[in-house]
Design a protein around this ligand. Structure first.
Ligand SMILES: [Zn+2]
Length: 80
């Protein structure tokens, strides 16, 4: 996915609530085990790093993102 499409997709998910606007309590990264990215909806390959975050709103699921998607999400939620 090109950077502009990714940015628009993540912005749309912020608008409709699929991605949280209010940061995360805790974040860590690990090697992916084939999770699906909450940002671009692609499956992470096993050689990619996975960013996982505990949302402020504990009713939400754990956030799982590519490093790149995490950066876009973090930037877009602050810009929104
Ligand atoms: Zn992604």
């Amino acid at each position: 996915m090109d950077p502009e499409s990714l940015r628009l997709l993540i912005r749309r998910k912020l608008q409709d609530g699929r991605l949280p606007r209010d940061g995360i309590k805790k974040v860590w990264s690990s090697r992916s085990d084939g999770e699906r990215c909450n940002g671009c909806d692609a499956i992470l390959s096993k050689d990619q790093m996975l960013m996982e975050g505990v949302p402020m709103d504990l009713g939400r699921r754990l956030l799982q993102l590519h490093v790149r998607c995490f950066q876009v999400w973090d930037h877009e939620r602050l810009a929104a």
